[in-house]
Design a protein around this ligand. Sequence first.
Ligand code: AGP
Length: 610
Amino acid sequence: MCGIVGIVGDKATARAVVDGLKRLEYRGYDSAGMVLASNVGFEVKRISQDTSSVALLDDWVNAKEVEKVSAAMGHTRWATHGRPSEINAHPHLDCSNQFAVVHNGIVENYKEIRERLLKLGHEFASDTDTEVIVHLVEERFRLNNDVHQAVSEAFEELEGSMAVVVLNLKEPDSLYMMRRMAPLVIGTDLDNLFVASDVPALLDSVTTYFSVPEDTLITGSVRRGKVVLEPVPEVLEVDWDISKVDVGGYSDFMSKEIDEQPRALRDTLAGRVDKVGVISLDELKISPEELKTVQKIVIVGCGTSLHAGMVARYALEHFVRVPVEIEVSSEFRYRDPVLSPTTLVVGVSQSGETLDTMMALSEARASGARTLVISNVVGSSMARMADAVLYTRAGPEISVASTKTFVAQIGALEILALYLADLKRTLFPSEVQELIAKLNDVPNALSEAISSISDYEKTTQTLLGYERFYFIGRNVGYPVALEGALKLKEITYTPSEGYPAGELKHGPIAMIDDKAVVVAIASKSALYEKLLANVEEVRARGAKVVIVANEAPVDSKLRGDEVFLVPRVHQLFSPMVDVVPLQVMAHYISVSRGLDPDRPRNLAKTVTVE
Ligand code: AGP
């Protein structure tokens, strides 16, 4: 959601900015723009052509003469205040054309600031909340004639969560950077300063990364070829490389990321258990003694991350014997949840920046609960605010539709379940070891599932003409059903819902007819027969049936059902393999309809608004 790229120094070019913006395209946007500034003047370009905006900005850069500038700053906008249009695209400028601003997030008190500034004579060019920032800086500067102080005072007035970068167009050797519950990362090489919403934008240039602390104005300047950061922020360890954000030989990032799942899970599980069988988390600011006292676990997350949490609930309750509640982050914080120091609130988030989950975690902390975060981004806002962190090591996920991070999140949560079971002695050490060995088998099973992709695609061909899809499952198959439905609606816009199979007869079965496909997650378990009985019910009502199974039901061919065959693993770990054919199915339907699976309409990869 909104992408920021800023560069000061020799590498500040329109080309470098647009290349950075391209690597942030996954965040979602509807317009784009940039400002190029040198000591003799500046130039602004804004384009509002939905998801073609970055490509058009690229064309503009290609057609332009290469010119020497001191600073360049670009932005992709995902509209919140003011419709997508050229005037609402960033950067925004003040009345005197001295300052330019790019912004991600929402200025919650923008109305009152705007009214005040209007009375003071400021003229606004856009309908955005962002524009108040730059006029506020101008106003403060008019009063104190000190850019740093003006920006600092302006930031102090802003309410809401946001990342902001201000450039002084009259002296374009510095950037003023601030974040509050929104992502922003600073980078340097020997003599250039970079700032971006996310690491992938900077991977080909930066040698050292820094994390921007919450609510702290960082001024970065390049003077006489030397980069100075004031105050000096903490160094951020980044082990991603450029190949990981390159689509390689694949047609799109989603198919690449589906393929990467065995590696993503293997890396997430690797090194978590030492030679004597002790499991470790990444950053633990809660003592194991305290964790032993945990009486209740609450998992919060959104979308796919929520589904990963739902899968883990079964293992946590079964292995650790503590009650586990699971809740959509955006609902959790407003329901006055009952929390105490013996409650562990687990936030699951690929980006570690999703505002709803971040607010849920901060609510949990305020109520005295302990917090733990499962995140794919080292040093993300959530990772920094929580008492403990367990990183998924899936590498950057570019496609908006999450795939490899879902599998890695489940892997990390299963590790957490085994860690707590070991700590609380609800399992014998030998049982923990046995389960870890079974968990370590899953990456190979995933590779086997990946090798069946062409079979899954062939099966999907038979489903192309159907109107509606219903996914059903029981136990851990239920969150897989939800995830299958989410993938399909996200990237194909097909009406699709996920249900607990036993719930069908309480309403949804009324929707079943011969235009519907019912996908049943039916890996062998104690509830297998019951699930097949539910399948009978929908088949009898004309639905096309597809079964995800680790053993094809004997009569499936006879009945005309389709089967997605997956390898067998421990039942509680089966969602990690059962989800693969559903991801492939959604991807195949999306591509067959001529859609871009990586960039679905209306969606952003990182949702930094409530
Ligand atoms: C998944 O395909 C979606 N893009 C979306 O549901 C996502 O999982 C959700 O927005 C949560 O994001 P997070 O994991 O970064 O917090």
